[in-house]
Design a protein around this ligand. Structure first.
Ligand code: AMP
Length: 594
């Protein structure tokens, strides 16, 4: 089908043809005929990078009434970057409809400039929830004539804590408007928004529900936690043309990994919420135009970064919320290209891979971490390929070359090549000579874990204290925790003693006889999509202390700090109650540009 067969009008057609859109992408083939032919609510499950902006943007532009001056469409998106990108795309599609004014409003930029733009008239407002909420309350925006509301990346918006903003904003729009909801995943919160605000929505799914893109290969490397950074370096060295986002869990981890890569001579930089907006824009621009090969980022900071030709997505650490993996891996394999999503995991985290496989409905391949020799070989042939491809300006260098040929006459071809190649290659040989094998010897590692598990010993009264990574933040109460233990352990009616629930974790005294069974039963389980960690409370502490003493080499610094950080979080958990709340508030306030 062509765009015009799908119902795209002449003016928009001319504009998108100039943009190089030759034929519709799958999401457009499905959505355009629906929205261009009937006024309906619609839920579309589609990954980012699939062409969904045009799928909702073209009908929005075509369906508006340009004889009145009112704002008739509002498009909400989670981040400043996405907001700007959507507004630019829509402006391009509406190039030949001059009265289609598109105004982006987003946080982290001057509100005065945005107020002025709104005053001039906005047929379509593209907004981040926080900023438009602000403008609505100050009465600079009037949504009472809106006929189309679009929620783009609805799951991300809810993830970022914009639920109340969305409720408020949608409450300002007329009841009889049409709502279009685009989301990569369909968690309960998105379903709730759909049922609260949509009327008989049509539902379309592009690709498999909640699945990873068909063009993405999912792989994981199994390493010891302390070798995570070394494994990352191996990957970077093994793929010399790598163009990747490396996802970390925290801002400090992001900064540390990026700093370590820079220190080790890689073309990398960090993107996270502790940077100023100007710094973030600068880094993103360098990455977009490929002046940067590797961008180390938090999930939130990387949202809205539109880069379509990544070779790799690397999960330096898998996300806490495993559904987030879909968003990460969906950043590669876009627009008919293939990509690789790599997870660096240790044995304890491998259950997460299984949980993610269920979500993406695809299997991960376990791939061996390249050995030092693998890297050297790859680099060697990469260098030779570069020699073959290099452009030579014979005119300009011929006079020097003649001189050099004379000087090097005493060497044969093999000697000559060896020497030139060594100039570049020696540093790899040097670094990787005697480098260790980073692949985990599974049996030994498993035995270690088993040994640790068997350390759960009952106390004098036959009870054992277990640590659960569930707390009030996870809406867990003592009864629910008891229920969860009984459910997971097949209702063995295990005796439960004292329960201490904190903000993010709990301690539970259980019948010592069953402590190991409980740990075993919870292995690989999730609660509200959170991977559960259940361990002996005392063993946990001892293990951590020992770990931090043991690690001392430079390459392990990153892991050491990360471990310290998570210990710090746990220790300060109770105290951080207030901070946590204010953090959330801050996050909401700054959400769109963290
Ligand atoms: P989106 O998912 O809307 O961010 O789109 C991903 C990329 O695909 C953007 O760079 C779009 O400009 C591009 N795109 C969207 N539709 C088409 C099309 N039909 N043909 C070629 N490129 C497209």
């Amino acid at each position: 089908m062509t765009f015009s067969e799908l119902g795209v009008g002449a003016k928009v057609l001319q504009a998108i043809t100039e943009l190089g859109f030759e034929r519709p992408m799958p999401v457009q083939e499905v959505v355009l005929p629906i929205l261009l032919n009937e006024e309906t609510d619609l839920i579309a499950l589609a990954q980012t990078g699939t062409g969904k902006t045009a799928a909702f943007g073209i009908p929005t532009i075509q369906n508006l009434d340009y004889t009145n001056p009112y704002t008739e469409a509002v498009i909400l998106s989670p981040t400043r970057e996405l907001c700007v990108q959507i507004a630019n795309d829509l402006t391009n599609y509406a190039k030949y409809i001059p009265s289609c004014t598109v105004v982006p409003v987003y946080g982290g930029a001057s509100i005065e400039v945005q107020k002025k733009a709104l005053k001039k008239g906005a047929k379509i407002i593209v907004a981040t929830p926080g900023r438009i909420n602000d403008l609505l309350r100050r009465k600079y925006v009037d949504l009472s004539h809106v006929r189309w509301a679009v929620l783009d990346e609805a799951d991300e918006m809810l993830d970022m804590g914009f639920k109340d903003d969305l409720d408020f904003i949608l409450g300002q729009t007329p009841e009889d408007k049409h709502t279009l909801l685009f989301s990569a995943t369909m968690p309960d919160e998105v379903a709730r928004i759909a049922s609260n605000y949509m009327h008989n929505p049509k539902e379309v799914t592009i690709g498999v529900r909640n699945s990873g893109s068909a063009n993405v290969r999912h792989c994981y490397y199994l390493v010891q936690a302390k070798d995570r950074y070394l494994a990352l370096k191996r990957i970077a060295d093994y793929y010399p043309s790598i163009y990747a986002i490396i996802f970390c869990r925290t801002r400090s981890e992001t900064q540390e990994v990026a700093s370590a890569l820079i220190r080790d001579g890689y073309n990398a930089d960090a993107l996270h919420g502790d940077l100023s907006q100007a710094q973030r824009d600068h880094v993103m621009e360098r990455f977009r135009c490929r002046n940067l090969q590797m961008l180390v980022a938090t999930d939130v900071a990387a949202r809205g970064l539109d880069v379509s030709n990544l070779t790799h997505v690397i999960n330096y650490n898998l996300p806490d919320e495993i559904e987030q993996y879909t968003h990460r891996s969906g950043r590669t394999g876009r627009a008919d290209k293939t990509g690789i999503s790599i997870a660096i995991v240790n044995l304890r985290e491998r259950h997460k891979i299984k949980a993610i496989e269920k979500i993406i409905k695809k299997k991960f391949e376990q791939v061996p971490v390249p050995t030092g020799m693998d890297v050297c070989e790859k680099q060697f042939y990469n260098l030779i390929a570069k020699v073959e491809r290099v452009e030579v300006n014979y005119d300009e260098i011929s006079k020097f070359v003649s001189e050099v040929v004379k000087r090097l006459e005493w060497m044969d071809k093999k000697e000559l090549i060896s020497r030139f190649v060594s100039l570049e290659f020696n540093r790899f040989l040097e670094y990787y000579r005697n480098s260790p094998d980073l692949n985990v010897a599974e049996k030994e590692e498993k035995a270690k874990i088993e040994k640790k598990k068997s350390k759960v010993q009952p106390n004098d009264v036959g009870m054992a204290r277990l640590f659960f990574n569930l707390g009030y933040d996870d809406k867990i109460l003592p009864q629910r925790l008891i229920g969860l233990i009984n459910d997971t352990c097949n209702n063995k009616d295990i005796k439960i003693g004292k329960i201490d629930i904190m903000e993010r974790f709990s301690y539970v005294d259980v019948d010592g006889m069953y402590a190991n069974d409980i740990i075993e039963a919870f292995h690989g389980e999730t609660y509200r999509r959170k991977s559960l960690i259940v361990e002996a409370a005392n063993a946990k502490k001892a293990g951590n202390d020992k770990k931090s003493r043991r690690r001392s080499s430079k390459d392990n610094d990153i892991d050491k700090k990360t471990a310290k950080e998570s210990r710090g979080n746990r220790k300060g958990d109770k105290k951080s109650k207030g901070n946590n709340t204010s953090d959330k508030k801050k996050k909401r306030k700054r959400g769109q540009y963290r």
